[in-house]
Ligand binder design. Structure first.
Ligand code: CA
Length: 136
């Protein structure tokens, strides 16, 4: 068992950085590089936490987020390169629980996940804080 995290990101380098880092922290990782794959992975794996990139091929992050909210109750952290306040507000209104703007550090990502798990009353035992954060 353990906490399952679905990472949805079309930029391969960023995806693998996040995947490697969160794996070392003890999470079970599932990945997707586009919206449609993300939906099928979600249905198959029922992740606890979703890290969702805003700009995706096929379905954008907002549509994916809205869909996840209809079919499950994951904690959703939206990731975007956009910095406008309005985008942040739209993301939160569409059901994201938290929001990260690129560039962000892996340590910040990790802290957001733990804080979200606490709010969801999920145990994060078995998950360790990584002492070597890298930047994305
Ligand atoms: Ca992207």
């Amino acid at each position: 068992m353990g906490i399952k995290v679905l990472i949805i990101e079309d930029e391969e380098k960023i995806l693998s950085l996040m995947e490697d880092f969160l794996q070392t922290e003890g999470y079970n990782i599932v990945t997707a590089k586009d919206g449609k794959t993300a939906v099928s992975r979600f249905e198959e794996h029922k992740p606890d936490i979703v890290i969702l990139d805003w700009m995706l091929p096929q379905m954008n992050g907002l549509d994916v987020c809205r869909y996840f909210r209809q079919i499950g109750e994951p904690g959703i952290i939206m990731v975007t390169a956009k910095t406008e306040e309005t985008d942040k507000i739209v993301g939160l209104e569409m059901g994201a629980d938290d929001y990260l703007t690129k560039p962000f550090s892996l340590r910040e990502l990790s802290a957001r996940i733990r804080s979200l798990l606490r709010r969801m009353n999920r145990s994060d035992s078995g998950v360790q804080s990584n002492v070597l954060p890298g930047a994305i």
